[in-house]
Design a binder for this molecule. Structure first.
Ligand code: FE2
Ligand code: FE2
Length: 186
């Protein structure tokens, strides 16, 4: 998912990330998800703050996919998009586990209302087009590629394994997105 999804989400739903709950974003990261993700994309390994930022972006991805699912009629497409959303939440939890393994810190992902990468205002739902889903598919491929880079940079094999799992699931999300496009165009 992540980069293109969240970046597109901001454009798509007109989110204004600067306006709420910036205090949960660690120092040194932009307050918008696309900018924060660009910083993460420049990393070859993830430190504690990187893990927190990425976990919040992943959690925002759940809400985002659920909203996209609400915007399609086909029940098969809807379920695939919701599956992707649920797994984005799982990615956030995996990152919390990695943080614990790496530092011993007990940290929890903020709720949707407190997640700085989500608007607290209810988003309106525009039409979800195949072209839009294709952007998500591309974002998922980018997500997998980055997770493999971060796994390569992780000295702890358990952490590397968890990062690779997230990455593989991003590719699976892309496959589901491609299936959604077939349902929307078929
Ligand atoms: Fe994803
Ligand atoms: Fe993810």
């Amino acid at each position: 998912m992540i980069h293109a999804v969240v970046k597109t989400a901001r454009v798509f739903f007109g989110l204004k990330c600067e306006e709420f709950a910036m205090m949960t974003i660690p120092d040194g990261y932009p307050s918008d998800s696309a900018g924060a993700f660009a910083v993460l994309g420049s990393r070859s390994k993830l430190g504690p703050d990187d893990l927190k930022v990425l976990a919040m972006i992943e959690a925002a991805g759940e809400a985002f996919y659920f909203q996209v699912a609400d915007g399609v009629q086909d029940p098969r497409a809807k379920e695939l998009l919701r599956q992707n959303g649920r797994e984005e939440r799982g990615h956030a939890y995996r990152l919390v586990k990695i943080l614990r393994l790496q530092t011993g810190e007990e940290w929890t992902v903020p709720s949707a209302e407190d997640n700085p990468f989500l608007s607290s205002a209810p988003a309106t739902l525009p039409a979800v087009t195949p072209e839009f889903i294709a952007l998500l598919e591309q974002g998922e491929a980018d997500g997998d590629r980055l997770y493999q880079v971060w796994a390569d940079g992780a000295p702890d094999p358990e952490i590397a394994k968890l990062l690779r799992l997230n990455g593989r699931e991003e590719s699976r999300h892309g496959e589901r997105d491609a299936e959604v496009i077939r349902y929307l165009t078929g």
